[in-house]
Write a new protein. Structure first.
Length: 103
């Protein structure tokens, strides 16, 4: 299930946002994020067809029904600064979103 968060996040160029499930939901409800650890690049805010709105796909790995209420916190984000190795490749413009890195 993909949940629209209604959140857009503008970051400096050399940062990414990494999203994790809240530990209580992972431990108590066995909730997982479907694509393991989502990494949102800084250009997603401006270069995405969905205007940079963040969607989070979750998976219920437990036996009980996973219920989330509107406004309930179910994930948390960490901002990480990163460096890029210069391998001589020319960067191309891309349209952000799931599966866009490396295209």
């Amino acid at each position: 299930m993909c949940i629209p968060t209604g959140i857009r996040c503008k970051m400096m160029d050399n940062y990414v946002m990494i999203i994790f499930p809240r530990s209580s939901l992972g431990i108590k409800k066995n909730m997982r994020i479907a694509n393991t650890i989502p990494v949102i690049d800084s250009d997603y805010y401006m270069n995405s067809e969905n205007e940079g709105h963040i969607f989070i796909c979750i998976k219920n790995c437990g036996e009980e029904t996973l219920e989330l209420s509107g406004g309930e916190a179910f994930t948390q984000a960490v901002f990480v600064e990163y460096g890029v190795a210069d391998n001589g490749d020319i960067e191309t413009e891309r349209n952000g979103g799931i599966g866009s890195t490396g295209k």
